[in-house]
Design a protein around this ligand. Sequence first.
Ligand code: SAH
Length: 226
Amino acid sequence: MRVRNVKNKEEIINNSNYIVMDPIKNKGSWQKVFNNSNPIYLEIGMGKGNFIIKNAKKYPNINFIGLEKNSSVITYAIKKVNDIELSNLKFIRYDANKIDDIFDKEIDKLYLNFSDPWPKERHAKRRLTSNIFLEKYDKIFKKDRIIEMKTDNKNLFEYSLISLTNNGYIIVDISLNITEREDLDNIKTEYEEKFILKNNPIYFVRMLKRVNFWKKRVFLINLCYN
Ligand code: SAH
């Protein structure tokens, strides 16, 4: 996301109650941060925060965390909520490359909205749905893994479907243009609003990887043969 450099960004970040300054300290104990045992949904690359903020307002019984590495971008999200109190929302300034520094088996759902496509093949590993990232996500999910993705980038969408499927995920829901889906409660992101104005289709997928899926099957197969 390209944004102008925000001059007093460090001051804005340091003074916000929404920012968790030393996220590594909370590894394994994020429920304590929220002071409840509600599910935790994480958005990686939240940008200016519209999606996660609207979700937090709409679903008070779910805890939401927005992760963003760009300091200037994160200040836009902070400014949107500084005057209101949402006890189920936190922001983290951090690089998703080191996501397993911050969480340990505590995330219930992961959102990847309009992630950087990294179109060059030699940069494929940097895509947030590459094997490298999926292995890291395995460590942060509490139980079953649920990833919801939206993008207008066809190549990234195709790549991600293959990558997640090869890593044991199944498709639970899919749309080749979520804008046309009236049955879904689709909270739009900043990028989404922009791309809709350009008439780009917005691809959406929800994928699930069950823990113990293969263990159960191997057990059943063994049972049949014994
Ligand atoms: N989700 C927002 C922003 C999409 S742009 C929306 O849909 O409007 C992608 C965002 O991901 C950018 O703000 C970028 O800074 C952030 N990002 C990219 N790689 C990241 C990483 N490794 N860790 C954290 N944030 C990242």
